[in-house]
Write a protein that binds this ligand. Sequence first.
Ligand SMILES: *[C@@H]1O[C@H](CO)[C@@H](O)[C@H](O)[C@H]1NC(C)=O
Ligand SMILES: *[C@@H]1O[C@H](CO)[C@@H](O)[C@H](O)[C@H]1NC(C)=O
Ligand SMILES: *[C@@H]1O[C@H](CO)[C@@H](O)[C@H](O)[C@H]1NC(C)=O
Ligand SMILES: *[C@@H]1O[C@H](CO)[C@@H](O)[C@H](O)[C@H]1NC(C)=O
Ligand SMILES: *[C@@H]1O[C@H](CO)[C@@H](O)[C@H](O)[C@H]1NC(C)=O
Length: 409
Amino acid sequence: MGMIGIALLALLGHYGVKFAKASAIPYRAPRQPCTTFNVQVPITARQHLYDVVPVNNNIDAIHFAQDIDTWDSPSMVERITQNITISRTYDIHAQLCVSADGKKKNLLQIATHGGGFDSRYWEVMLQPDQHSYVRAALAAGYSILTYDRIGTGQSSKPDAYTDIQLPAHIEVLRVLRVLTEMVRNGTIASIASSWSCSGSASMHFDKIIHVGHSVGSITTYGLLSSYPTLSDAAVLTGFLVSKEVFDGRQTAGDLQYAPQNDPYLFADSSSGYAIPGTSGALQTGFFSSSVNTTTHIGGFEPEFLDYAYAIRQPQPVVEFGSGIVLYAEHSTAPLFTGPVQLLVGEFDFIVCLGDCKNTYNTTQANEMFPKARNFEIHLQQGGGHGLPFHNNATMGFQAQFDWLARNGF
Ligand SMILES: *[C@@H]1O[C@H](CO)[C@@H](O)[C@H](O)[C@H]1NC(C)=O
Ligand SMILES: *[C@@H]1O[C@H](CO)[C@@H](O)[C@H](O)[C@H]1NC(C)=O
Ligand SMILES: *[C@@H]1O[C@H](CO)[C@@H](O)[C@H](O)[C@H]1NC(C)=O
Ligand SMILES: *[C@@H]1O[C@H](CO)[C@@H](O)[C@H](O)[C@H]1NC(C)=O
Ligand SMILES: *[C@@H]1O[C@H](CO)[C@@H](O)[C@H](O)[C@H]1NC(C)=O
């Protein structure tokens, strides 16, 4: 690790952030200059205990969903039984990609994935040139940090009831942002070269762009609302704003208990770790077979549904509900002044019940960001909720990059 590494650990220790293990892995694919690392992230978050059916097996999982969806059941706000403050240190697994010759390598995107997946959502390895957001961002010249939210992938698997809620997700994102700030302002300028990440010894990020998908967009929205100066621009994909239309049926998820769904894949999941139980459940929420009738863009190939199911991850029971509570507590991001783009699939079932063209409430969306320098809603033709899995996904990626470029990023 050498002098730089030791100095780095000392500095990070000073900020309470520790690298548990920094392992430079070989490039995942030619000319994709990425490195993965685990970092210990200390957070304090004010959360809630909720009155929900505990999930310890598949029968419980359906019971949980029915209980939430029952016609006159209490709202998530009404299910709060206690306010709690948690102080924890989580292991967060992350990947930083910096293209040595990237035209915009000093602009760092920090991407937060949504429910049902981990950071691999951003890096579909089936026909990656057509479906990997990480690869597209690198090709467009950006640097990009992806990470597994707690409860998923190779990050910590804490208590599903007390820990895996939106405030904790927001705090993790905030601390990761501080970490990247230290990269950006030169405090740990040599980090990239010491991890053989970019071949550039003088790494320096000028701007941070936050990108989210679904629950990751709610997390990003929470960051913009609570910590408005920590971001320079935001792209929220698959973002929930048509509250009247959205009815978030848990029963549509065909939920199972993760360790019962796959004892090998989810051996480290515990009580409360629910998961879309079948590929059909993922299809309902994340995929659209409809094709734009004018342009013939969209739909998906069956192998992408198989692929998505193979990389599925738990969506612990109160995670999504805590997002609804977050909206109730923070209905706007009143002080965020950077540009905001919302990008949703034309046929997104989770956000718009399959018809975003006619149901997406642009006024309501705009009101959430009253001080945003520039605001745009872009509908990705023929897309469903899981945008990268669909045909012509790169058109959506390009719409994000074009919009960022128009705003100086
Ligand atoms: C939680 O805190 C809020 C705001 O302080 C308060 O209105 C509410 O009554 C508290 N809920 C419980 C269950 O203590
Ligand atoms: C770099 O960023 C960190 C984290 O925000 C901050 O504490 C530190 O003072 C900054 N250093 C410089 C030289 O700006
Ligand atoms: C298809 O794309 C066109 C061109 O962007 C758009 O005008 C139209 O509303 C989309 N949807 C349908 C159902 O044609
Ligand atoms: C859209 O949102 C605005 C502001 O919240 C509201 O006044 C309006 O009624 C909504 N429109 C529809 C069609 O729901
Ligand atoms: C959309 O994707 C399909 C399937 O990959 C492809 O045949 C078609 O050329 C694409 N259309 C555009 C406009 O890129």
